[in-house]
Design a protein around this ligand. Structure first.
Ligand code: DAK
Length: 259
């Protein structure tokens, strides 16, 4: 277990990596050091063949209360521009492996945006989502307006980004912002179980599914269907695809090698 001060990383034998944000004194606020650490960690996990799925969490109490507001007190436009923090988020966007966010407590501002970088969001009943930047004379800057729009539609998005209100896990679930709601004590274990299930499948199939689903969101239906068809066809050239089908007929568990 690598245990830096603010970000913990654990890679299990089953191919599941757990990334845990750890700044409890600031409600896991994402300061620059933390965003840089997240970026480096996701780059590393992207290229580590032993990793097949990733759980990101803030632990039992809070996911992340957003960007560190202290970073904003005196910042100027050019300083904000020159930080180029979009590069940090891009490492997560570019990660080909499925990411599951396990969210208990607050996921606000950049914290909500971080959760939306995941592919699946498991929320504990205590989870509270929101984009409160407007209350600071700001607006979301890491995808809040656009990722919410695509996940929950215009009118729910406008409600959240213009009012800055927090919503609970059940309401977020009704809006389509989370995948599942569980008891708080089960959030991380449930996310880990899901991640383990995904890690047991063919990594090529899993990564193709992730890529096509994410890319397809921004394409025309015809283009997205063609992309899906091509990805489906490509899988027939993998040993894993033959292994999966043979294992089914031989009534045994498949042994996927990622080839
Ligand atoms: N930043 C810094 N410190 C924070 C913090 C934050 N976001 N959230 C909480 N803390 C600190 C508090 O200052 C307090 O510190 P001490 O006073 O103990 O020193 C400690 O954490 C505990 O906070 P509270 O006493 O307030 O705890 P409560 O449980 O009462 O309330 C809360 C928890 C999360 C509801 C509350 O702290 C809160 O409202 N926090 C602020 C939430 C917020 O406004 N988040 C949005 C931040 S703006 C960008 C991309 C993205 C972004 C920006 C740029 N680019 C690509 C350029 C993102 C922007 C944002 O997220």
């Amino acid at each position: 277990m690598e245990n830096t001060q603010i970000l913990k990383l654990d890679i299990q034998n089953n191919g599941v990596a757990i990334v845990e944000i750890h700044r409890p004194e600031a409600r896991n606020a994402l300061n620059l050091e933390l965003r840089q650490a997240l970026s480096e960690t996701f780059q590393e996990l992207s290229t580590n063949d032993a990793v097949r799925s990733i759980v990101i969490t803030g632990g039992d109490k809070v996911f992340a209360a957003g960007a560190d507001i202290k970073d904003f007190t005196t910042a100027t436009t050019s300083q904000m521009y020159l930080r180029h923090t979009e590069q940090y988020w891009q490492s997560i966007v570019d990660c080909p492996k499925p990411i599951i966010a396990a969210v208990n407590g607050y996921a606000l501002g950049g914290g909500c945006e971080l959760a939306m970088h995941a592919d699946i969001i498991v929320a504990g009943k205590s989870a509270k989502f929101g984009q409160p930047e407007v209350k600071l004379g700001l607006m979301p800057g890491a995808g809040g307006t656009q990722r919410l729009l695509r996940a929950i539609g215009k009118f729910q998005t406008m409600l959240l980004v213009l009012s800055g209100k927090f919503i609970g896990a059940e309401e977020a679930n009704r809006m389509g912002l989370v995948s599942e709601v569980v008891e708080d004590e089960n959030t991380i274990s449930h996310a880990l179980e899901l991640a383990a299930t995904i890690a047991s499948f063919s990594p090529i199939a899993v990564q193709q599914i992730k890529e096509v689903t994410n890319l397809g969101q921004d394409l025309s239906l015809q283009g997205a269907l063609a992309l899906e068809r091509k990805a489906f066809q490509i899988l027939f050239d993998t040993k894993d695809q033959k292994e999966g089908v043979n294992a089914f007929f031989e009534k045994r568990s498949p042994n996927y090698t990622g080839k």
